[in-house]
Design a protein around this ligand. Sequence first.
Ligand code: T46
Length: 136
Amino acid sequence: MEGAEIIQVANIRDQRGDLFVAEYPKELPFVVRRVYYICNVENSKTIRGFHAHKKLHQVMICLGGSCDIVLDDGSKREIVKLDNPGKALYLKPGLWREMQNFSVNSTLVVFASEEYDESDYIRDYDEFKRYREEMR
Ligand code: T46
């Protein structure tokens, strides 16, 4: 889907284990200003997200376990499974996202291009649809 990209995180593996590295500008397409992570999702039916961003760029990695990211560009939907620490999902602004199907003990880490700003969120789906229409 336009606006979403899978990025392969560099892996340096030796007998001591795996070391993954994402560096700007090679694997990380922006300079990171904020990191947050979602963990302890106790109910497998939990769905988070239900919003889009106007300006924010983000890269998501499921460091342990797995979860599904539902993406919506206003006309179609796509599901991306994040299930290994080498697989990162880069989301440009303007995509509706829902995070679901969190496995037990999963940790979703998110690298963001901007500080937290509630005014960057579109949390109403009808408003998102209108926003996408205006973008065309
Ligand atoms: C996103 C998906 C993948 C803050 O105060 N600072 C922060 O940096 C963040 C991310 C959230 N918050 C507050 C805002 C809410 O009162 O934490 C509360 C929970 O946030 P929210 O309901 O937006 O959480 P999710 O999991 O639905 O969405 C989050 C991010 O907010 C969002 O940017 O793309 O993860």
